[in-house]
Design a binder for this molecule. Structure first.
Ligand code: HC1
Ligand code: SF4
Length: 557
């Protein structure tokens, strides 16, 4: 349909959700502090005001587009109203920008600059607020603007509802259930509340100092980089076409003092290989089906809390992070003659729940420190080294080789696709077809030579997971294997990824990762000869006793 915006005719989508989204698509971002395209419309911040047909001023997030309507997005009156809203917010905000995690990325700070707010006509008021600086998810309500984005992300996208508004009026705050620490609630540490927080009220525990301390103490520091991290770094540093980003990361980490840097995508190949064999065994025996993937720790905690009856169905193969951790501490330390106690293993992840996973008792501290992508970006920026000028260096061997499949773990559908690739290498497959069957849900049908069809489902977003499980339970969906990723679009949308971490950025990162993986010469996990070497040297065969000892675990909460 056609509408007029600021005096110009503009064509917008007929089915646009509201005027705010419609104009965003044609390059006009109306200022907003509480709008999320993936959740219900809240309309609380009032920043997205527009003038309609020369008369009323209303919020564009609640305004339906109508043929021929005339919109003004930036009249003097609206400009003043927005300034007033910002000044009110700033009057009760702590304003400690220099020490804020969101410094430079905060939407409130950006608008304060855009609207030239160097003074505030309202007096500063302080209120009693709740903080928690020691959890994996750090909370500081003195920076909260009560937009409710975190509450809706947790409740509507993830259906966990670990946080909500408490108290009324000026006393209102967002708090975890019963004002407990998040670790004592049903929070699954997906970090989606952090990803969507427009200010620094929610952040992730910063573990960078622990890395420097380990280097300073002369520890044998080993890094390992998750698949999704390279794609978001390409984006963060404006190097979207730079398929050598992983190599540049290796170089800088070595310059800082890392002794070795390995690729978590190597372990993804290993996990897919082991998991495919586990699946084929279950399929043959007709037990513990559908098999659910278990490499996403947010999903594992979600399953423990809400679907304990499915815990036996979870793949018992550890996540690539924990599998590689175990291999390095058990075998590699011996191979290089270093006491495992002297090794500090630093895992670099897009994910906040990976910090939680590394601390789970099942894994006996194999991973010492987990850094998110944002922490890694801080390290890189603090060095002052221009990443564009850095010569890429290969990942160290033997855990530095990966296939396209291993890399694809970083986005939705990657684990399932890799398992299918291994199956294709083992048995004759007639056809593989993938199609979207619902929002966030893809179905892959693999037709075997004997005519049997194996059905795999890949789902992201824990709210979508609830729907898939209910469809399976009630017989509306038939699945043999289900890949679950807690975050929208998979790991590339993890809570530790750089800001902005919204739908548009996630889709772009998925494309970048796909392009990066496409130049890898190895296609299937089976082709990864360094991975196969582990079987020759240590495991013998997939699902062997030794493989179970090192690569498998059991979730029994
Ligand atoms: Fe992921 Fe995984 S893909 S969970 O998304 O299985 O975080 O990238 O490293 O462990 O490989 C995350 C990414 C990551 C693991 C792998
Ligand atoms: Fe909710 Fe995830 Fe945030 Fe926990 S980390 S409060 S589950 S959105």
């Amino acid at each position: 349909m056609k509408i007029k915006v600021n005096g110009r005719e503009v064509e917008i989508r007929n089915d646009a959700r509201n005027v705010l989204e419609a104009l965003r698509e044609v390059g006009i971002e109306i200022p907003n502090l509480c709008y999320l395209s993936e959740t219900s419309v809240y309309g609380a911040c009032r920043m997205c005001l527009v003038e309609v047909d020369g008369r009323e001023i209303t919020t564009s997030c609640t305004l339906m587009p109508r043929e021929g309507m005339e919109i003004k997005t930036h009249t003097p009156k609206i400009y003043e109203m927005r300034k007033g809203i910002l000044q009110l917010l700033l009057a009760s905000h702590d304003g400690d920008c220099t020490t804020c995690e969101m410094n430079g990325k905060c939407k409130l700070q950006k608008y304060a600059q855009d609207f030239g707010l160097t003074t505030n006509r309202f007096e500063k008021i302080s209120k009693k607020t709740i903080t928690d600086k020691n959890s994996i998810i750090v909370r500081d309500n003195a920076k909260c603007i009560l937009c409710g984005d975190c509450v809706r992300a947790c409740d509507e996208i993830q259906t966990v509802a670990a946080i909500d508004f408490a108290y009324r009026g000026f006393e209102a705050q967002v708090v975890p259930s019963f004002e407990e620490k998040l670790e004592n609630t049903e929070c699954v540490f997906c970090g989606q509340c952090v990803a969507y927080c427009p200010t620094g009220a929610l952040a992730i525990r910063n573990d960078v100092d622990k890395v420097y301390k380990a280097i300073e103490e002369g520890k044998y520091v080993i890094g390992m980089i998750a698949p999704a991290v390279r794609a978001s770094l390409q984006e963060e540093f404006g190097m979207e076409d730079d398929i050598a980003m992983a190599g540049r990361m290796v170089s800088i980490l070595k310059m800082i003092g890392f002794k070795k840097v390995f690729d978590v995508a190597f372990a993804a190949d290993l996990v897919a290989y082991e998991e495919a064999h586990e699946f084929m065994e279950r399929l043959e025996n007709g037990e513990k089906l559908p098999q659910f993937t278990s490499c996403c720790p947010g999903w594992v905690k979600f399953a423990e809390q809400y679907y304990p009856e499915y815990l036996p169905n979870l793949s018992s193969v550890k996540s690539p992070q924990m599998a590689l951790g175990a291999i390095i501490k058990k075998y590699y330390a011996r191979e290089i003659g270093v006491n495992p106690e002297d090794i500090v293993l630093v895992s670099i992840m897009p994910c906040t729940a990976k910090k939680f996973e590394a601390e789970r008792e099942e894994f006996e501290g194999d991973i010492d420190i987990v850094l998110t992508t944002r922490e890694l970006v801080k390290i890189f920026k603090a060095t002052g080294i221009d990443i564009k000028m850095v010569e890429p260096e290969s990942f160290d061997r033997p855990y530095g080789l990966s296939s396209q499949s291993g890399l694809s773990f970083g986005k939705t559908g990657g684990v399932l696709g890799s398992v299918v690739k291994v199956i294709e290498d083992k048995v004759n497959v007639k056809s593989v077809n993938t199609r979207e069957i619902a929002q966030g849900v893809n179905l892959t049908e693999v037709e075997l030579e004997n005519g049997k069809v194996v059905r795999g489902v890949a789902v992201f977003g824990l709210g979508n997971v609830r729907k898939v499980i209910s469809d399976i339970k009630e017989g509306r969906l038939n699945a043999d294997v289900v890949e679950v990723m807690a975050c929208n679009y998979g790991c590339i949308g993890g809570g530790g990824q750089p800001y902005p971490n919204d739908v548009r950025t996630r889709a772009r990162r998925a494309k970048i990762l796909k392009e990066t993986q496409s130049v890898d010469v190895l296609i299937s996990p089976t082709e990864n000869f360094h991975m196969r070497e582990l079987y020759t040297k240590y495991f013998g065969a997939p699902l062997s006793h030794e493989a179970h000892e090192v690569l498998h675990t059991e979730y029994k909460h």
